[in-house]
Write a protein that binds this ligand. Structure first.
Ligand code: NFE
Length: 474
């Protein structure tokens, strides 16, 4: 008979997530992933000026704000028909790249590695479940202490060189970027990047490889839906022809992915059958859908909607990006996600070294224009955790409609109108579990996706009084 274990909250992720696991004969036979907070950013953007969107949406999350800034400026620029000058494009790439590097290092050393090894008996390694850990994982704990914390700090400082500050940067504005590329800033950026390139090559990638060698069974655990989707990111030219990480999709792990065409976003829909939202017709595109909470609701168990492409669930993230680019085709599993993420970090960091050389000193970074009075735009980009889209409609100079689909909405989505589980739910089903009360194996699957429920859900109090919280008040 199946037993049910609820892990709530799932820790060492961003945001709030609960997972309900049904287990039978040592395996997970069913899984439900729930986002446990409501995100109201779409609602609070309505009626505001389009220029507010990149600033406000960066507050969705402290880990990937730059991606939201990028998606938002692309959406507003799409509505206005603008493209930034070359320096603006390159400075965005560099600042976004810095954010990817810090996020991937954060994920491996601070969030995921502790699922596999015992560390010193101090936080963040304790409290922890007393479960079987394998001994031969290499010096990952030592590297966490000696260099991973410093690596993350350096990546943040690198992002702030042009971004002004991190995590949220005000440099992303429709029409371009606010910082100019001076020789002194380029030098400061390159100094951090040189250190980080050595860290990624000599420490991060070998650490992930030694973890994968110690846990070879996790090359077949957590395969999931095996559909992989990337919107593409890091524009290499001013005409939207070429990106460092191209857009594409693959059904069932096919190694010849399809390119994603500019109009294909119209085939992205969101189901709310298992989500606490009202939707009379279901399966709407983000351009049509809205955000009307409905709680409680029969059959619903998550504040995440269920995005689908061509009606199917898709895994997004570093593995999907590297897969559709042909850079990583070794497999789809827990360890393949870690390996692809580490190799992507190097690919991005190496490209950043080149982009620094492409900056044009004393050239413009921004073209001053009037904000659009009306129009629709879609900002399709990538966040560290995967495909990110912002949809905007402007009318009478104000935002009439705004919708966001984050990577974790794709990966941790609940059932859709057809009852099909989301990618993370599918990856959990079939996973062997030794102890149903301490399902560490399930956490390894979940963490391999690097979920961020902060991006996926949020809470607002539209009718409430502001709550004053005094830090340190007795
Ligand atoms: Ni809050 Fe985010 C990333 C975005 S995840 S971290 O990466 O968008 O859903």
């Amino acid at each position: 008979m199946a037993t049910i274990t609820i892990v709530d909250p799932v820790t060492r992720i961003e945001g709030h997530m609960k997972v309900e696991l049904s287990m039978d004969q040592g395996r997970i036979v069913d899984a439900k992933c729930s986002g446990t907070l409501f995100r109201g950013f779409e609602t609070l953007l309505q009626g505001r000026e389009p220029w507010d969107a990149p600033v406000i949406t960066q507050r969705i999350c402290g880990v990937c704000p730059i991606s939201h800034g990028q998606a938002s400026v692309l959406a507003v620029e799409g509505a206005a028909g603008w493209t930034p000058p070359p320096n603006g494009r390159i400075l965005r790439n560099l600042t976004l790249g810095a954010n990817f590097v810090q996020s991937h290092i954060l994920h491996f050393y601070f969030l995921a590695a502790m699922d596999y090894m015992k560390g010193p008996q101090v936080a963040p390694w304790v409290p922890a479940w007393d479960v079987d850990m394998r001994p031969n994982v290499g010096p990952i704990v030592e590297h966490f202490v000696q260099s991973a914390v410093e690596a993350r700090r350096r990546a943040h400082e690198m992002g702030a060189v042009f971004g002004g500050k991190m995590p949220a940067s005000h440099a992303f504005i429709p029409g371009g970027f606010t910082a100019t590329p001076t020789a002194e800033r380029i030098d400061r950026f390159r100094e951090q990047l040189t250190w980080l390139l050595a860290f990624i090559r000599d420490t991060y990638i070998p650490d992930v490889e030694s973890l994968a060698a110690a846990y070879p069974d996790y090359r077949s655990i957590g395969r999931g839906c095996e559909n992989l989707l990337a919107y593409g990111v890091f524009k290499e030219d001013d005409f939207d022809h070429q990106k460092l990480l191209r857009a594409g999709y693959s059904f069932g792990g096919q190694t010849w992915p399809e390119p994603l065409q500019p109009g294909d976003h119209a085939q992205i829909t969101e189901s709310v059958a298992a989500s606490w939202y009202e939707d009379a017709t279901g399966g709407l595109t983000p351009a049509e859908g809205d955000t009307r909470p409905a709680y409680p609701k029969e059959g619903a168990y998550s504040w995440l909607k269920a995005p689908r492409f061509q009606t199917h669930p898709f895994e997004v993230g570093p593995l999907a990006r590297m897969w559709v680019n042909g850079d990583y085709l070794d497999g789809i599993s827990v360890m393949d996600r870690h390996l692809a993420r580490a190799r992507e970090t190097l690919k991005i960091a190496e490209a950043m070294d080149r982009w620094l050389d492409e900056l044009i000193l004393f050239d413009g970074v921004f073209e001053r224009r009037e904000p659009p009075a009306s129009g629709v735009g879609v900002g399709m980009t990538e966040a560290p955790r995967g495909a990110l889209g912002h949809w905007v409609e402007v009318a009478d100079g104000r935002i009439r409609h705004y919708q966001i689909i984050t990577p974790t909405c794709w990966n941790a989505s609940p059932r859709d109108d057809d009852g099909t589980p989301g990618p993370m739910e599918q990856a959990l089903i079939g996973t062997p579990v030794q102890d149903p009360d301490r399902p560490i194996e399930a956490l390894r699957v979940i963490h391999s996706f690097d979920p961020c429920l902060s991006c996926a859900v949020h809470i607002t109090r539209p009718d409430g009084e502001p709550r004053v919280i005094r830090a340190g008040a007795g």
